[in-house]
Design a protein around this ligand. Sequence first.
Ligand code: DGJ
Length: 543
Amino acid sequence: MRLRTLIVVTLLSFPSLFAHAQNAGTPHLEKHGTATQLVVDGKPFLILGAELLNSSSSSLEFMRPIWPRLAAIPLNTVLTPLSWELIEPEEGKFDFTLVDGLIDGARQNKLHIVFLWLASWKNGMSSYAPVWVKQNTERFPRVVEKDGNPVEILSPLGKESMAADARAFAALMRHIREVDGSAHTILMMQVENEVGVLGDSRDRSPAANGAFDGQVPRELMTYLGQHRETLIPEFRTVWEASGAKPSGTWQEVFGSDAKADEIFMAWNYGWYIQSVAAAGKAEYPIPMYVNTWLGGWSDPHPHPFPSGGPLPEVMDVWKAAGTAIDIYSPDEYMPNLGEWCDRYHRGGNPIFIPETNGGAIGGANVFYAVGQFETIGFSPFGIDSFVDRERDSLMDANNDLGKSYAVLAELAPIILQHEGRGEMAGFLLDKDHSRTTVELNGYRLEVTLDQIFETEAKTGFGLVIATGPDEFLGAGSGFRIAFSPTKSGPPHVGIGSIDDGTFVGGAWHPGRRLNGDENDQGRAWRFVSKRISIEKAVVYRYE
Ligand code: DGJ
């Protein structure tokens, strides 16, 4: 019996262990039209979050003054690192004082937590494994690279490592179920962090070499056969270029270059992490995701990114290795957010952005991620850099992220209601991408950088929701919209009214009627720069 099967069968043999695992309010994912939503206490939830610097949450003392500042931003969720070494300092002896204190800190500030399980790997390395794991290289073998030297990376082929990590994670999830099974402060779990081999395209330890020269596992070959038509095209091309064989060694099936190495590592990391996640879910089945250090096959070799991490090109390999991971996520620090979201959105994978830029960039990008990709959540990294100034680039002196979050928190009930129905669009504009077109509810919306008189916006961002047959709700800054019809009928579209306003508890409170310079005397629906406004527009058609 394979080790993972053994772990799961053992857990399933003791139903009392997870008899209380789930109640109706337990955080879970649910389809809403074409979107996937996080549902908490029976209601859809949009994570307006941020991630702490790596070490802040290792000390309750250090966190004490930080919690209220996070709540004031305002965030609703904190992505909170939690390391294996701190909860199992001695093998088999668990200490959950830190977990309880973090949950308490979040609750006192009306915040939710997504825990980051920093265990076997963090940024490819194994720095967060307990010392009793690090020291015992025979029981917990390391990745060996081309030069023959072991590195400080646990080999994903290490069966004892996988079992030890899974046991610790299961113990953690059991504890979370016991202390949070009805309050639901904890929304989701990130399993490990940015995994993959660094410095080489694959593990060359004896166990890895043996597996690499052996047959591709049956589970992966069966998945390829069953999903051939829907495989991620970049991956399918590699398989088909070698003849789409139904079996063979890794190089026979996937070719002899580094792509075969990356696919091999993806399988081994996927198998290991799916096993750890499954052991945790057997105790308390809340949504679980993995995050990715982005890179790709087109990058120069040797691998500048960790080989085997859940990149889009190997997402199918991870999926073939198990079903306990619900979301494959990009850590998105690059300028092309939309392209990465498009790549990750394939195959029904929901979008969740666990790490990204904050500040003005994050404050703009979050509208795009929510409006265009219906993200489950958004979370800039290093939000508490106001305390530890090691990373000045993360400072957000104007709280631009918070200004965006405040608006999105107001709109969240309406956003969530319209997700998955083709009724929403988001956009980002700058001088190189100064216009875009979206079609909603029988209208074409030409969205451009705002300009009026002698002023012109340099950037623009926002989202629009079709809330009724001729009615739109918009939010954002620095853009204007011109309407035209996409359905038969009178050829022209006029603006009936535009109001700005606010939502209080989901109810619309109109403010000003915007009908002068504010809508360019009826020519366009404008969202001026320098502030983020919420506006409703009613349009009509005429001959
Ligand atoms: C990505 C990692 O996942 C984080 O933990 C952190 O190390 C950041 N990079 C640093 O920019």
